[in-house]
Design a protein. Sequence first.
Length: 220
Amino acid sequence: MCGRFAITSPPEAVRAFFRYVEQPNFPPRYNIAPTQPIPLVISRGENRHFMLARWGFLPGFVKDVKKFPLLINARAETLVEKPSFRAALRRRRCLIPADAWYEWRANLSGPKTPFLLRRAGGGLLAFAGLWETFLDPSGGEIDTACIITTCANGATSALHDRMPVLLEPEDFDAWLNPDETVAPPLRLLRPAADDQIAFHAISPRINRASAEGADLQAAV
């Protein structure tokens, strides 16, 4: 799964990479955790747009939020058959900007070891995602989202058996296409190439959702 990630690139670099029309200004975030607001890129009309959503997907049919599980990830292999994601897969696909994510490797004894994973050589990442606007019983609206995951590639399988789906700029339009008469491009939901991702162990300080700062990403 993908349970923490980071977006620390300058806002102007993120906007240039994803080509959305808004000009948001946001601080670097080194430790984004579930239920926090995350940036999304969506397609509407002829343009891409920036928006914020809660990390924790809520399908439209949910009646009691407190009793519904927190959906931060969606498995690529079962997207089509899951009622929770069926409508969003057809109509509300998104990109989630990031430049790193975190994973924990189980050890034979003692606590798990946290790792930072990023593009080899550095640079921005685009997670494939889904979003939904949830209407609560009082009439309020909340935008929610989840990250789509797939099986790990040969390199990252040493840490975990799952990884986020990473999309390249040449695939953005196909994934974001809001035309629900066009079948979702499921062929894009595959593991990254083995040489695309680099990773290193980091401090267990990342375990605290309140921890922040560039030192969280330092190799240990």
